[in-house]
Design a protein around this ligand. Sequence first.
Ligand code: M6R
Length: 611
Amino acid sequence: MCGIVGYLGPQQAAPIIVNGLKRLEYRGYDSAGVCIVAEDTLRIGKQAGKVANLERDVNPAAIPGTLGIGHTRWATHGLPNDVNAHPHTNADGTIAMVHNGIIENYLTIKKKLLNAGYTFRSETDTEVLVVFIGMLYQQLGDLELAVRTALHEVEGTFGIVVVSTHEPDTMIAARRGSPLVLGIGQQEFIIASDASAIISHTRQVIYLHDNEMAVVHRNGSFTTKTIGNEKTHNAIQEIEFELDAIEKGGFEHFMLKEIYEQPNTFRDGFRGRLQPSEGNVRLGGLSSVADKLRTAKRIIITACGTSWHAGLVGEYLLEQFARIPVEVEYASEFRYRNPIIDADDIVIAISQSGETADTLAAIREAKMKGATVIGMVNVVGSTIARETDAGVYLHAGPEIGVASTKAFTSQLCVLTQFALYVGRMRGLPAAEGRQIAEALEAIPDRMHRILEQADGIREIALAYANATNFLYLGRGYNFPVALEGALKLKEISYIHAEGYPAAEMKHGPIALIDANMPVVFIATRDEIYDKVLSNIEEVRARNGRVIAIANEGDEHIAAVANHVIAIPETHPALTPILASIPLQLLAYYIAVERGCNVDMPRNLAKSVTVE
Ligand code: M6R
């Protein structure tokens, strides 16, 4: 959450920073701001709202100077107004800082500063930290030392970038819990929350580790070190994606582009891994934990939001293919309930961003208790990817839309392969393995067949765009799809939506059904198809409006549902992959019709790096 950018080099900093902020805006969009070190003053422009407002009203790109920082905010402490917007400065306005994270002991530090006579303009924890750094600078006369000394006293999380008129040829960044990437160009540096703000300048980057800082100088030299001042030697890496992966490419929204990318991103998730002729899969990143997987007594999957829904599908897949007990835990709950875990357990963390604070805390807890932790992560080099014992990347490419779409289907791609891999080592017959692998290989073509129906799905969406509630129902593998469909709708259209196992409807939610309640059923042909058909009848008997996701050519469903969206047949275990796509499109078109900002839904941010 929150996007931060810093630039030091020969070029004008402000336009580079503003462009970087636009790339990072999906991380938070409550306010935006820029600070440029111009001669011996700090020139700051900041404002509530999106980067576009800042550009329109403040025109920060016109501020001259070759060193500067910028921020796009997802508010934690204090209202999202102009005053609370970053950058913040110290008491005499000579040091400026942008910050992502939460300083948990800021009130203690603030009290100390108030006692020393300092005053504050904003309600933010960030201002407290920069004022503290300023006070230490007065005593120590060295910016880096002041930053390090301050950070020793800080509890909580931070990704910060600091600049000062005292040292106009230096930029300092530090992180704990919030990601930071240092881009290294020709005599220039760009520091950002993620590589999307860097790629148009350089592909050479260093991913900073927790408790690490980077100090960069105008002469092109730089050091990385721990906050405790021990030099570190991070490898310079190459950004793996291309610039067009973070552009809309002619689509109206990133979300729509990402929905349409799924046949390709899904294929990238099994390319080079799947071995259909052997009914098996090669997952190089798991070789070090293969023996543990062979003998593990149980698997715990932990994640948040959409990734948690993928985990639920994973539970069904692993229990069916590998006959191993699986528990799926909300990462935010897992950590705080003193879970019973031991060295025989395997914990899987699923995360698109690889930076979700709750998931990160859960894996640290699991590791502390001796479990083996496996990551299923999209963002290469992210904290979760680094902190897990082994892992499988999703290879979905950058996901910019706040509502996760392609990452979800890629998570299902990886989970299916993982279940196949563990299943084969625990006795799943090769013939069954082949069926699964062949079905997986056929998914991208089947996805195309669903995407071709976008116009029909849009028509259904227009008919229900004014609904105030939605119910999503599915059973077995399709229950997590119901949850995911409901989440997609509520997060981008702000319509209240609930997902339930279809059979649970009669235990309560059926009371909600009337002619104003659209009910989305995922009713594909599987062993509980007849039961779901009965559930549909029950809704129709109470005048509920039924939108059914059913298999192509299903006459029974067509006869009872008000609307049918047809998806191709596949292996029952892979149905969630196909069934989720029409639900993504349905939510998307409803949100667009309601005039919602699909890529930046209110109150949300892409990567939730605070607990
Ligand atoms: O990056 P992660 O997968 O760890 O993120 C987890 C959730 O924050 C995320 O899935 C969230 O629920 C999305 N906005 C859903 O569309």
